[in-house]
Design a binder for this molecule. Structure first.
Ligand SMILES: [Zn+2]
Length: 226
């Protein structure tokens, strides 16, 4: 029985590594699999931090995945499985199309993605996967916050400082970015939230035209009525 399986985890939880492993294991057995991805650091390649990579079909949000997969399935020996990386970036409608791939074409779908953004909210694609998948599996490889607790949140850092605003689809490739360095780091909930207070403080200092050296001159946070 074909299934739509959703695997989620934070950054660094091995999603791409597992996607590549599933792809490798099935193709080794002579099964025809389709590996697809959305925005990634390298166009057309799914790569893992452990150094493995494979060619992938890069799709954009307007592609009808059911029609695409159905047409590929109708050629040769058909498709046995579809493996989706960066599934958080898929449109909800594309997740529904993947459900049809399972139900109508009887093809297994493995979807790998982040659950929440650096803003701490569900990605639309991941929300739809949680709603539609046959199985929901959290990948747990003991990714840790700097404090040692289990990392549950993804933090976006600009020039080393955590931010909560900005475009959802910005990846860590900074080779052409001369303005600001965008990186990501893992946090426990407490430290992900702590960055929010810090960002609010910085915004206030900017607004008042002060620098951090004047911090002692300002009233305590509680006295400002936060
Ligand atoms: Zn922490």
């Amino acid at each position: 029985m074909a299934e739509l399986q959703f695997f989620f985890g934070t950054m660094g939880s091995g999603k791409s590594t597992q996607a590549l492993q599933v792809h490798h294991n099935l193709t080794q057995r002579g099964l025809r699999c389709l590996l697809i991805t959305q925005l990634d650091r390298t166009e057309g390649v799914v790569s893992s931090r452990l150094g493995v990579e494979a060619d992938a079909l890069v799709i954009n949000p307007t592609v009808d995945l059911f029609r695409l997969i159905a047409s590929m399935h109708s050629t040769g020996h058909g498709l046995s499985a579809v493996i989706c990386d960066e599934a958080q970036f898929y449109e909800p409608a594309q997740i529904d199309q993947l459900a049809r791939v399972v139900d109508e074409l009887r093809i297994d779908v493995y979807a790998y993605g982040l659950l929440t953004s650096f803003q701490g909210e569900l990605f639309a694609g991941s929300q739809r996967l949680l709603e539609m998948a046959d199985t929901r599996n959290e990948l747990q490889v003991e990714a840790r916050c700097f404090c040692g607790r289990r990392a549950t949140h993804n933090a976006r850092l600009v020039n080393g400082r955590q931010v909560y605003d900005g475009a959802l689809k910005v990846v860590g490739d900074t080779s052409t970015d001369t303005v600001a360095e965008v990186t990501y780091d893992l946090r426990c909930r407490e430290h992900w939230l702590a960055g929010k207070d810090d960002a609010r403080q910085r915004a206030l200092f900017d607004e008042l035209g002060l620098d951090q050296l004047h911090i002692g001159d300002l009233p305590l946070e509680s006295e400002r009525g936060f």
